[in-house]
Ligand binder design. Structure first.
Ligand code: ATP
Length: 255
């Protein structure tokens, strides 16, 4: 982490039900640092709406970071997009070409999911926002993987471009790369929200101008993906004009 080391307190445990739940249930005291919990194994890793996030011991990196934002930080809606952007930049820096973002919280390469993000908020104290940013990255996939996923799955060893025989980056190296990108981007978000980061996100939009459908609890919308707005809402071009779609109980799928 180099010069950022003082900004983080990293705790690495062998096993945990969910690193997000652990930080949400027992938030560490505020000592001015970002508290990071890494687990070798998650027994109940979660995606959005309680969907499972699977991991395979040292073949996955799963961690959560508790981020305390100063009072007056913008609405948290853009946070998972900013985390996705940081993750994309870190993977690019490690040597992964063609990293793309799937609104609102996934990282794809060649249309397959390499990493996922789950942002959850602690109850607000005054005007200060505290978020737990959970990240899962596949480093290698088990040979017999049978993941009932709507989106194909990939891993770092399949997408990293590096000389033959070169070892995969260690989990610590991947963690350091991600935290090193998260810090400056979340500082920008705290000061100015999502707008300054919007175009960097859109450059990596996996579905730019492509037909997609948005599955909600009770209905499905279809249209062309027209990017995201300044709050991080998805813009969907439909026969009735451009509609804003808020992340929440919706999932985006290619048509
Ligand atoms: P999706 O469009 O894939 O459903 P989502 O954002 O709606 O994405 P999330 O809740 O973020 O879904 O992620 C949980 C889903 O991710 C699971 O339902 C499963 O399909 C898939 N998944 C679980 N573990 C992994 C993994 N290690 N790698 C890739 N995908 C996974």
């Amino acid at each position: 982490l180099g010069s950022l080391a003082r900004a983080f307190e990293v705790r690495w445990v062998a096993e945990c039900a969910s690193t997000n739940s652990a930080l949400l249930d027992a938030p560490p005291a505020d000592d001015g640092r970002v508290h990071v919990l890494v687990a070798d194994r998650q027994s109940a890793g979660r995606g959005r709406r309680g969907r499972p996030w699977l991991s395979w011991d040292d073949a996955s990196l799963t961690f959560s970071a508790l981020w305390r934002f100063p009072p007056g930080t913008p609405q948290p809606a853009g946070l998972s997009l900013v985390a996705g952007l940081a993750l994309a930049r870190a993977l690019e820096r490690l040597g992964v070409p063609g990293v793309q973002l799937k609104w609102p919280n996934d990282v794809l390469v060649h249309g397959a999911k390499l990493a996922g993000i789950l942002v959850e908020l602690l109850p607000a104290r005054g005007r200060a926002l505290t978020a737990v940013i959970g990240i899962g990255i596949n480093l290698r996939l088990p040979a017999d993987i049978d993941l009932p996923a709507a989106i194909p799955v990939t891993a770092l060893d399949r997408v990293l471009e590096q000389p033959p025989g070169h070892p995969l980056p260690t989990r610590s190296a991947v963690l350091a790369a991600v935290l090193g990108e998260l810090h400056p981007l979340l500082d920008i978000f705290a000061a100015a929200g999502f707008p300054p980061l919007r175009s960097a996100w859109q450059q990596r939009n996996a579905f730019a101008d492509l037909p997609v459908c948005i599955h909600g609890e009770n209905d499905t919308l279809t249209g062309l993906c027209a990017g995201v707005d300044v709050d991080g809402a998805l813009l969907l071009r439909t026969g009735h004009g451009v509609q804003r779609v808020l992340a929440g109980d919706v999932s985006l799928r290619p048509l």
